[in-house]
Write a protein that binds this ligand. Structure first.
Ligand code: NAI
Length: 315
């Protein structure tokens, strides 16, 4: 079987001095890509800075026969990060927005600084690096972008309101960018990885961490970053060797005869909020208009106790 190669590709990986980013960088270096290893080199809470984290990874890639350069700017300044790729290698093909920190604290005790810093590194940083890479990708009609979301954002976690909001925001960015990039062969996806790193070593047991090697996240990132990939706008949960895709689900819903009252909604709560046997998987924001425009048919089928045919059910 042929190996997935990245010869001739230029890849920028943010936060590549440690954890997951480091594994991606080592992988791409071995598979023929020219790698920009970005890392601010600060603490996991976002304080301090050092060039040593990025430098060590660059040295490791070079020692294995690969090509890499370091960049030490914060992802908040995406232009500087992408500029390193342009100045060193003349282009940017693949961007892996991975840099991250944590400022966990209950919402009640959260300070503006905790909120702002998480926003700046995660959502603003992802925006900023992508914004700087975008014109080059558009021009060359090629781009692969992997954004790092999190199960925390998808499901919500106590003590992480700042992080959850930023991580779900990142997936919103992915969804819209995927649509804007499609015609120019720029594919954009999100991942929700779970892996042993300094961000997780204090909150998970040793046994669990032993099975959560960061290198287990690399294969999906490689597939989504490859020339052959067609996937865009998707979000995956993965870790420990397990990979799965997520999607939105909509219930059957209930169409009220207008005008209607709060009491009507209360009395039909099960139909409005419950998930019965019938579920739908909407993929665009315009699909709901199919329902709006087919009101009479929907209400007729509703009265007959039938499943609505105005939405398509996918498997
Ligand atoms: P890590 O702490 O090992 O690596 C993150 C790297 O980002 C560090 O080297 C750090 O110096 C760098 N960084 C932080 N702020 C930066 C900035 N402003 N500019 C440039 N570099 C910066 O963490 P890990 O676990 O490898 O996390 C990578 C990404 O995956 C993060 O976005 C994290 O939120 C996300 N993630 C990780 C999970 C896990 O289980 N490890 C779970 C869900 C999401």
């Amino acid at each position: 079987m042929s190996q997935l190669r990245f010869d001739g590709k230029v890849v920028v990986i943010t936060g590549a001095g440690n954890g997951l980013g480091k594994e991606y960088a080592l992988f791409f270096g071995k598979r023929g890509a020219k790698v920009v290893v970005n890392d601010l080199g600060g603490s996991m809470k976002g304080t301090g800075a050092s060039s040593s984290a990025a430098d060590k990874v660059v040295e490791e890639i070079k020692a294995a026969g690969g090509v890499a350069v370091a960049n030490y700017d914060s992802v908040e300044f995406g232009e500087k990060v992408i500029d390193t790729a342009i100045k060193s290698f003349g282009k940017i093909d693949i961007l892996i927005n991975n840099a991250g920190i944590l400022r966990d604290v209950s919402f009640e005790k959260m300070k503006d600084e905790d909120w702002d810093l998480i926003y700046r590194v995660h959502l603003k940083g992802t925006y900023s690096c992508t914004k700087a890479a975008w014109p080059y990708m558009r021009e060359q009609k090629y781009g692969r972008i992997i954004n790092t979301s999190s199960a925390s954002g998808v499901y919500g976690v106590f003590g992480q309101t700042n992080y959850c909001a930023a991580k779900m925001g990142i997936h919103g960015l992915t969804l819209a960018l995927a649509r804007e990039g499609l015609k120019r062969n720029i594919l954009v996806n999100s991942i929700c990885p779970v892996a042993a790193s300094r961000l997780t070593e204090t909150v998970m047991s040793k046994e669990l961490l032993a099975n959560l090697k960061p290198e287990f996240v690399v294969p999906l990132v490689a597939v989504l970053s490859h020339d052959d990939s067609k996937e865009t706008g998707a979000i995956y949960e993965l870790g420990a060797g397990y990979i799965s895709k997520l999607r939105w689900q909509r219930n059957q819903g209930y169409f009220f005869d207008t005008p209607f009252t709060p009491e009507d909604v209360r009395d039909k709560w099960e139909q409005v909020a419950g998930f019965g046997d019938t579920v739908y998987y909407p993929q665009t924001s315009s699909e709901i208009f199919e329902i709006f425009f087919n009101k009479e048919e929907f209400i007729k089928q509703q009265k007959e106790g039938k499943t609505s045919t105005t939405q398509t059910q996918q498997t």
